[in-house]
Design a protein around this ligand. Structure first.
Ligand code: ADP
Length: 734
């Protein structure tokens, strides 16, 4: 044996031994995505090296050398492809399946061609044995396919290097510099070896198995030396093993594969790492997915994650999560929410009830006060009764606020829209406050944009309520200076209507910055101590804001402490009459309602009126309030009695209480309307109700009544309704 031949042999045997060692140590590693690919690459290397070693030692026998050459190709043909597969999986890169299949296919075809090369001349055209200093070599006549395959092998190696070098492919966590260099070396070395062999420098001695060997060593070092096998995998396992949540893994046939310690504790039948658990047990746990499993006085939620490889479900991972605390918390929250809801409902119901109950006696107080004021009184008595009237009116405002608030709380606040005259609305507000402002020596300035369309469509009553509340607050919190109410508009962008803009500006005590947002909350009164002497429920602004929001608008405040405040709101309104409203006429001191109805200006001695009310005081109030009109007023204390009386006598007008025991006002009206005769269908019936909520008027009209008056009865409203509904010929001027 020549020296060179001996050296080559030693190198190859060394390679074989090292490859064996590498293979053994890779096999001992825990599973990872690229373990199998590395095993295959090393195996190919081993096959090529062993074949080459035997080739070096072989006699100069053509058949033997040819057979060993073919065996060597068994390893060489697929080594490059496997190295490429490895690097792709290492960087977690997915190349198109077709490309990979094509690469593999070409290798396979050439493997077939080479294995059968002695039967055709496609790959080698001639074979000759030559003894050289490197030992026996085969001098082969190369066909074009041979060059093509060599080129193909070079391309595979270039592809490998491209993956290694292309920064777009590299995920930072896999990329320490050293590993990167080793991986590049694993591609460059076989490439060089192949080039050396092809260039003839090696004297026809095939150095590609050694190239593959160098590549394998570099790959092994990159993967093993730098702990890529262990680190990630071990970390993952450590996390799973130490988790409080139970993890159970099964294959797609529900065969038990693995349970972590937490799962073993929960389900003692499952032994860590043992495949002893029956399918049905896993199935039973699996079926609890999405529900809550009660186990050892605790609640667990089972979550199921499919383990997929490409599109195929390979198994399931069931997580058993302790949700005892979450469940307990959720239960507590539900209970608290329920309690709060019940309490809130009870409170709202109570407030609504109480307001109704309070309005009934308030009717008596206000009504009787009104009646008393009409009598002859000395100054002291008149003053005392005026005080009662004023206090009762304030009390009524508060009760109205509480009623509104309870409606707001229960979401029953409604907006009832109708056509209205915007100028009259502003004038009314002015007249309500003109006297009060004078008493406090303040100036009330009112302006309205004269180009504003006169007729709008919206909830006039609620708009007035908001304006009254804002002006009332301004008057309440201003000791000197002026209050200015300005009303203007802007054309709405989306709709055909306008945006009504109102501002109430005062020169009063102002509001501290930190209170500006708070004052719109229920029951909040800024600077409570300073306001202690000011009456109010602290609900006005909360209700106003809610109303404005319900109307689709917004309300804001700007204020300078000690300087004054400006409340502004804007609400969209439809336009029903485009004619400009013109300048305000504030010379008339009386509000609109009083302009049309001078309540003590008429008498109707021939009018027959029936008042139906179960409450004696209310009946007395109604009769007393009607006394100036000198009408013939009868009373009935129940629906039944009213029906009898209506049958006996033809009335011109009936005032009907709503809430009565046995038969309420609505039912009584139904029965009257159904009595035989035209008169019963047309006699005006006006509802009297302490339940003065919005929408109630519509309800009464639907039920067959003609109109309604809220309690406490307002004498002006009463006279207006009488004027409206009594036949004209019965009225006499005083
Ligand atoms: P209240 O019935 O107490 O007036 P509101 O909700 O109407 O309730 O107002 C809440 C608080 O906002 C008032 O108590 C007052 O402290 C403050 N506030 C409202 N309007 C003004 C104003 N024009 N000037 C100063 N403070 C005001």
């Amino acid at each position: 044996m020549q020296i060179m031949q001996g050296i080559w042999l030693c190198i190859h045997i060394f390679g074989v031994l090292v490859s064996f060692f590498l293979l053994a140590s890779i096999l001992r590693q825990k599973d990872s995505a690229y373990k199998n690919r590395l095993i295959m690459t090393v195996s190919c290397c081993l096959v090529a090296l062993v074949s080459r070693s035997l080739f070096i030692m072989a006699d100069a026998d053509m058949q033997e050398l040819l057979a060993l050459g073919k065996a060597e190709y068994m390893g060489k043909c697929f080594a490059n492809f496997l190295a490429l597969m490895f690097i792709l999986s290492y960087y977690k890169i997915r190349w198109p399946g077709r490309l990979m299949a094509a690469l593999f296919g070409i290798n396979l075809v050439f493997f077939g061609i080479i294995m059968t090369c002695d039967y055709h001349r496609l790959y080698y055209t001639s074979y000759e044995i030559a003894a050289t200093s490197n030992g026996n070599i085969l001098i082969l006549g190369k066909a074009p396919l041979y060059y093509f395959y060599m080129l193909f092998c070079l391309v595979e190696m270039v592809l490998y290097l491209y993956v290694c070098i292309n920064p777009a492919y590299h995920r930072s966590e896999n990329g320490t510099r050293m590993i990167q260099r080793l991986l590049i070396a694993a591609g460059v070395l076989p490439f060089l070896m192949l080039l050396l062999y092809l260039s003839g420098v090696t004297g026809g001695f095939d150095t590609t198995p050694l190239g593959i060997f160098c590549s394998v060593v570099c790959l092994f070092m990159a993967v093993n030396r730098y702990g890529l096998f262990d680190l990630v995998q071990n970390a993952k396992e450590a996390v799973i093993e130490s988790m409080d949540e139970g993890i159970i893994v099964s294959d797609n046939q529900m065969k038990f594969l693995y349970a972590n310690p937490a799962a073993c504790e929960l389900f003692p039948d499952m032994k860590l790492g043992e495949g002893m658990v029956s399918e049905s047990e896993i199935q039973a746990i699996y079926e609890q997915t999405g529900t809550v499993l009660e186990l050892n006085d605790k609640s667990y939620e089972i979550r199921n994650a499919e383990i997929r490889d490409e599109m195929q479900v390979k198994g399931y991972m069931l997580s058993v999560i302790d949700v005892t605390d979450v469940m307990a918390q959720a239960k507590l929250m539900r209970e608290l929410a329920e309690k709060a809801e019940n309490a809130s409902r009870a409170k709202s119901a109570f407030l609504a009830n109480m307001s109704h109950e309070i309005r009934t006696p308030m009717n008596a107080i206000l009504g009787m006060t009104e009646i008393a004021l009409r009598g002859t009184l000395d100054d002291q008595q008149r003053d005392a009764i005026e005080q009662i009237k004023s206090a009762s009116t304030t009390l009524l405002t508060i009760i109205n606020d509480i009623l509104d608030f309870s409606k707001m709380e229960s979401g029953k606040m409604e907006i009832v829209e109708a056509d209205y005259d915007v100028k009259s609305l502003v004038q009314d507000v002015y007249h309500i406050f003109s006297g009060k402002v004078e008493e406090k020596n303040l100036r009330l300035e009112i302006e309205i944009d004269p180009t504003m369309p006169r007729g709008l469509h919206g909830d006039e009553i609620r708009l007035k309520q908001v304006l009254i509340n804002l002006v009332n607050n301004a008057v309440k919190f201003t000791e000197q200076g002026s209050i200015r109410l300005s009303v203007g508009y802007e054309r709405a962008k989306e709709t055909e209507g306008v945006v009504l803009k109102a501002a109430v500006k005062d020169t009063g005590i102002g509001i501290r910055k930190e209170d500006l947002e708070r004052i719109f909350n229920s029951f909040e009164q800024s600077d409570t101590f300073r306001n202690r002497k000011k009456e109010g429920s602290g609900l006005g602004l909360a209700i106003s804001r809610q109303l404005i929001l319900l109307m689709g608008g917004d309300i804001h405040v700007e204020s300078e402490y000690q300087e004054g405040s400006t409340f502004r709101f804007e609400v969209p309104q439809r336009v029903v009459d485009e004619s400009p409203c013109g300048a305000l006429e504030l010379s008339e001191k009386q509000p609109r309602s009083q302009q049309t109805a001078r309540y003590e200006d008429f008498r109707a001695p021939n009018a027959r009126v029936l008042v139906v009310d179960d409450n004696l005081v209310n009946r007395k109030v109604a009769v007393g309030l009607m006394r100036p009109f000198a009408m013939q007023v009868d009373t009935a204390k129940s629906g039944k009695e009213a029906i009898e009386m209506v049958k006996e006598k033809e009335y011109h007008l009936i005032f009907m209480d709503h809430m009565m025991p046995d038969m309420d006002g609505v039912e009584t009206t139904h029965i009257i309307r159904q009595l035989d005769g035209e008169y019963y269908r047309t006699v005006p019936i006006i509802a009297l109700t302490a339940n003065a909520i919005n929408g109630v008027r519509e309800m009464f009209l639907e039920e067959g009544m003609n109109d309604f008056i809220p309690k406490p009865i307002n004498i002006k409203e009463l006279s207006e309704k009488i004027l409206e509904w009594l036949p004209f010929e019965l009225l006499e001027n005083q």
